[in-house]
Design a protein. Structure first.
Length: 285
């Protein structure tokens, strides 16, 4: 690495992390909510980081966004109204809108500048989704929105940062109670829940807060390369106890009917994602 090259050291963990060469810094600003930097890297393409934590990269974003979206959407099978909390890069919105059965998508993002910068520097994440007539973009605090909202949704996806800074409130009991109030009968809620080997306490905390509110609270997983430290867990909560045990045949039928074009998600992978390592099972206490 040339001595003159700038580097970005992720600071999510106090004694270990990953480092990126910043071949070119495209944008850097303190938005008032968080410190945002977007840069190019030869391995990962365009990279976005907030408050010392890698949020998304051009190279592997499809894994995260497909698993966050198509698992709940195809498990539900008939979602018409979807709510996204966070997700300012537009990747979740892009994937939700691939489902023709969806009639409307409300996205609540706290920071307009994140959306603007991602549209400019990570355009393939949203791929025009923010301009889709089915999309309603609301700039607001996610907790306040779900607490005060009188609408009901079939699928709710919380695409938040880690539980530090502005993202911390999206892991609280108050937020989950708001989610419960906004969810239609038979609806499902999912949320990113960190890299479980490194952030096992988050599994325990989330499970303790979700399980009193829903008949089924569990997790599913996927390995996303730039979220280092092992598999990422996704929280799953619903009052329909059969939704996370859909057969591969049923999921395949829905996948084919939706005419989806995915790069990571498959119905078989979906079914297997709910098989959790023992250490994650042990953390669900």
């Amino acid at each position: 690495m040339p001595k003159s090259a700038q580097t970005y050291l992720e600071t999510l963990y106090p004694s270990w992390g990953q480092q990126f060469v910043m071949d070119e810094v495209l944008f850097e600003v303190d938005t008032g909510h968080q410190h945002l930097v977007i840069f190019n890297n030869a391995q990962w393409g365009t990279v976005m980081a907030l408050d010392g934590v890698i949020q998304t990269t051009e190279k592997d974003e499809f894994i995260y966004h497909e698993m966050m979206t198509h698992v709940p959407m195809l498990a539900h099978g008939a979602a018409k109204k979807v709510l996204i909390i966070g997700g300012g890069d537009g990747g979740i919105l892009r994937e939700v809108l691939k489902h023709d059965t969806v009639e409307s998508v409300t996205q609540v993002e706290i920071d307009q500048q994140v959306i603007d910068m991602c549209v400019q520097y990570l355009p393939n994440h949203s791929a025009g989704a923010f301009s889709n007539p089915k999309a309603n973009i609301v700039i607001a605090d996610g907790v306040d929105f779900v607490t005060e909202c009188t609408e009901k949704f079939d699928v709710i996806i919380s695409d938040s940062t880690d539980p530090i800074g502005p993202g911390e409130v999206l892991f609280t009991s108050r937020f989950y109670q708001g989610i419960q109030n906004c969810l239609n009968d038979g609806g499902v809620f999912v949320a990113q829940n960190g890299v479980s080997f490194m952030q096992t306490d988050e599994v325990t905390t989330t499970y303790k807060r979700l399980s009193p509110l829903f008949a089924e609270a569990t997790f599913y997983s996927a390995a996303v390369p730039t979220y280092v430290g092992g598999i990422m867990t996704f929280a799953w909560a619903t009052d329909r106890t059969d939704l996370n045990t859909q057969s591969v045949a049923v999921l395949q039928q829905r996948y084919d009917a939706a005419n989806l074009n995915t790069c990571f998600y498959t119905p078989a992978l979906h079914a297997g994602a709910f098989a959790l390592p023992k250490y994650v099972q042990d953390a669900m206490v």
